[in-house]
Design a protein around this ligand. Sequence first.
Ligand code: SAH
Length: 344
Amino acid sequence: MSKNLKSMTLPELGAVLKEMGQPAFRAKQVYTWLHKGVRSYEEMTNLPKALRDSLAEQFPICPPQVVRRQESQKDGTIKYLWQLSDGNCVETVLMRYHYGNTVCISTEVGCRMGCAFCASTLGGLIRKLEPFEMLDQVLFTQVDSGLPVSHIVLMGIGEPLDNYENVLRFLELVNSEDGMNISMRHISLSTCGLVPKIDALAQEKLQLTLSVSLHAPNDQIRDAIMPVNRAYPTEELIGACRRYYEATGRRISFEYAMIDGINDSVENARELLRRMKGLPAHFNLIPLNHVEESPLKPSSKETVARFQKCLTDGGIPATVRRTLGGDIDASCGQLRRKYNKEKN
Ligand code: SAH
């Protein structure tokens, strides 16, 4: 296991401190400080100096460094590019909604899923993030911005279910009472559709929202834009969503990036309606964010509206996602990509 204390649960941290000869009550003190986003042990003013020193020596905190920070003039969205201790960079976005401040975190450095429209996958997967590196994105976004975070979405760089163990541990940490105590109901996890992992997650029976990046009504279209579909075709994926709903009682949220001439016809919407029958769902229609390297273009406003009407008329609630941070490269891997290009 990672030597970073912030990847440990409270009992695990307790075991480490016991080994160091510390009384039981110390664990909660240290855990609480770490989960407040302190940058050094010196800030842990209720700990004896000797303990602070030996913790600093054995378990350096190494907070991520801000290498870029962009704030939208339009809607207050803030985007961070963090440098991790090994020099790799990931992005985090803070969005300000009426119901609370939402942080969108990355779960991997890069991604190996290869979706045709996504900037995060262009350089492949570099590595998976450790639990503390996901937690740090939330903590230090909150510290840096001074805005309390109440909601989290795992929709940044990476495929969360491709980093299953670490993501589950992150969820446990961020949900813990002595930590940030963020309710599972305030967390959304987005996946491109790794069927066996969706089945595994269903068994965890968490109250989070599962978001599935569907983006197509059938295999022909989905195969062309999402390589993962060849491993887990739509029939299997929709089957897994049905099982997920049965196991958890949680309605699935589907993401659907509207791509001009590819997946945005009324015929496509009708096919979706047929295939979703009986599955409580909600559709999030996202006009494609144009990525420089890709020939794919967003659907027009009118096309999106027509598609939305077709779904809602057919009984599936569908909303068009408001795009935040349009002026600051706020979507999916674009800032990291730009930064890496500038560096090289
Ligand atoms: N790997 C996960 C989560 C990260 S991406 C997943 O696939 O769900 C978060 C969402 O943004 C996904 O729905 C993804 O398909 C979508 N997305 C990626 N690039 C996009 C783009 N250029 N325009 C619109 N949505 C995009």
